[in-house]
Design a protein around this ligand. Structure first.
Ligand code: ZN
Ligand code: ZN
Length: 606
């Protein structure tokens, strides 16, 4: 009995470990509520009795600091889709929360196309009253009405679904092409953007090549690692870089004189000392030119948290295999990276970054070995969130290799560093790590200075910067809204806007998507009357109103008309009021006033 209790409490602890902050908060609130109820039955009744209906009323709050620059249309569409379908099928928006979402019965989205000076010249009584001060300015991308409707009609897949589709697709190609197609382990442009990799065109960033070549199954791996020191110029500046090839030989290994004076050598992490830096004249620009010369146009750059290395090198490269992305034996692939040290211990059974110090060759070597193992084993290997299990792997390794070591490394004998064939100068860094691996491999034939001077670099056939935009356009992961509507018996959408090119992509309208074209009604007010009378059962209503086309209300006193431009703001006011009046209770109302240069969102819950 006691055992069972213990197991239960242990399970509770474990569950709690994996609980999202939202769930934890909700449970906390529930616990408080239960407690309050308990108190009520005992003796003292609560002094203030709140309206029980208030607790069931959804509330929409925005966190504007999380609304970054750009991508505002994406954010708005995400919020609207979340209002309609909820968190079961939609990624929760980061910039908004809706409490009591399940009581949200309807979502009304009205886009009003207006002129730039609309709010300066027009005062809509209903807007001021109903929305109070709940409005905000949105990004310029909303002005494009075709884009606007397109993103409302195509729902961005939630993260899990995106990953699932992606891995399914990747595994399929993987099975088809065999194990050696390295291109599948390279980060996508989106992943690189998410992780803040340097991109071409950014200030101070140099591309590793002018022109690249498409990668293939035989594209070579090059592993890189940088050591940084703190200087007067920047928080972290490049002071040592090691680049190695697939055979673990050093291609480039040099100390770099930073622009600023070194304020902290952070020797414990960098392995760099003041003595080592004495007389170093190689600059960052030298290193950049040497790398441009050394890397072939289809090189796959390998590393651990490569964005930091590329940041220090102030370089950008399109084909990156990052082992902290490809391997993650703990469960949370998005939050926690496994350190290079722990990955090396777990998967290679080797020690790096020991008390003997740090060496960038050694880190590059470890990343290379991990990358090679990953390419050999496949997409799912080493990633806990894809269902891979370390314990199982360990068992299999034991069966294969006997107890103890996971993988054995064969080491060459220590080689004396060969001087540069050009200037007889040193070609590698005099590493301070005891018995370091960097001494057991072949070094480059030339030093950095000679390499920049002598080598002619091979170039590929495309400019990455040019292809980047096309690439980005391709990888949008969305699914038409009709798929979401079909999945959920309770949902249907009423569409009252004119966008043939958007609607063409909805092959099945059926009973779940009702289409009402404003142009098929004699007047705007008859269109709105019709929508208002039929929208009660729809879970979402999308309406577009062209301010210019709204007919003004008939005048009571004809003399007002003389010589003046007819004002239709009263009529517009009435239309908006009518639409909101026709919604159910607990409806999310969003009105977007869009002009070529300004977009204002009003939001409220009725
Ligand atoms: Zn070393
Ligand atoms: Zn030289």
């Amino acid at each position: 009995m006691a055992k069972r209790e213990m197991r239960k409490s242990l399970k509770w602890d474990i569950d709690n470990l994996f609980k999202s902050p939202e769930t934890a908060e909700a449970e906390f609130q529930q616990a408080i509520k239960r407690r309050k109820l308990d108190d009520g039955t005992s003796s003292t009744p609560p002094r203030v009795r709140s309206d029980p209906r208030d607790a069931l009323k959804p509330k929409l709050s925005l966190h504007l600091t999380r609304l970054g620059d750009g991508h505002r249309l994406d954010y708005l569409a995400n919020l609207i889709h979340y209002c309609i379908f909820g968190s079961k099928s939609i990624q929760k928006p980061r910039w908004a929360t809706i409490s009591q979402h399940r009581y949200l019965l309807q979502t009304l989205v009205v886009r009003v196309n207006v002129e730039d000076n609309f709010f300066a010249t027009t005062n809509l009584k209903f807007l001021n009253e109903f929305f109070d001060r709940h409005w905000l300015e949105l990004g310029a991308d909303i002005s494009d009405r075709r884009l606007f409707w397109n993103s409302l009609m195509n729902v961005r897949l939630d993260l899990k679904e995106q990953i699932k589709r992606k891995t399914d697709r990747m595994q399929k190609t993987f099975d088809l092409l065999g194990k050696f197609d390295r291109s599948h382990f390279v980060l996508t442009t989106e992943q690189m953007a998410e992780r803040n990799f340097p991109f071409p065109g950014e200030e101070g960033i140099v591309a590793t090549k002018m022109r690249y070549k498409k990668i293939t199954h035989s594209s070579p791996l090059y592993s890189v690692d940088c050591e940084m020191c703190e200087t007067t110029h920047a928080n972290r500046e490049l002071t040592r870089i090691s680049l190695i090839d697939e055979k673990q030989n050093t291609i480039l290994d040099t100390l770099v004189k930073p622009r600023g004076d070194i304020t902290d050598y952070v020797t414990r992490y960098s392995g760099i000392t003041a003595e080592m830096m004495e007389g170093v004249t190689t600059t960052l620009e030298d290193v950049q030119r040497a790398i441009q010369n050394l890397l072939p146009p289809d090189a796959i750059l390998v590393g651990h948290s490569l964005e930091h290395d590329l940041g220090a090198m102030k370089m950008t490269h399109p084909f990156c295999l990052d082992v902290c992305h490809s391997l993650n034996y703990t469960n949370n692939v998005f939050e926690n990276r496994n350190s290079l040290k722990s990955l090396t211990e777990m998967f290679l059974g080797e020690q790096i970054q020991t008390e003997y110090g740090h060496c960038s060759y050694e880190d590059a070597w470890a990343a290379l070995r991990l990358a090679q193992l990953k390419i050999q084993e496949g997409i799912v290997f080493g990633v806990a969130s894809y269902g891979w299990k370390y314990s199982q792997y360990r068992e299999e390794q034991k069966l294969k290799n006997g107890d103890g070591e996971i993988l054995k490394l064969t080491q060459n004998s220590a080689a004396a560093p060969i001087p540069c064939t050009g200037c007889l100068g040193p070609t590698v860094v005099g590493c301070t790590v005891v018995n370091c691996r960097c001494r057991f491999v072949a070094g480059p034939a030339q030093c950095v200075a000679c390499c920049v001077r002598n080598l002619v670099s091979e170039e590929g056939d495309f400019d990455w910067r040019e292809t980047l935009e096309v690439d980005l356009e391709m990888e949008r992961v969305t699914s038409p809204i009709e798929n979401y509507v079909k999945k959920d018996k309770m949902k249907s959408v009423l569409m009252g806007f004119e966008a043939p090119e958007v609607l063409e992509k909805m092959p099945e309208m059926g009973r779940k998507i009702h289409l009402k074209l404003p142009s098929s009604f004699p007047t705007y007010s008859s269109f709105i009357d019709n929508v208002a009378s039929e929208m009660l059962n729809d879970s979402a209503i999308f309406i577009e109103i062209d301010r210019k086309k709204v007919e003004p209300l008939p005048r009571s006193s004809p003399e007002d008309d003389e010589g003046e431009v007819v004002d239709n703001s009263e009529a517009l006011n009435e239309i908006l009021e009518k639409l909101v009046a026709a919604t159910t209770k607990n409806a999310a109302i969003m009105m977007i006033f869009s002009s070529p240069s300004k977009n204002t969102l009003f939001k409220n819950i009725k």
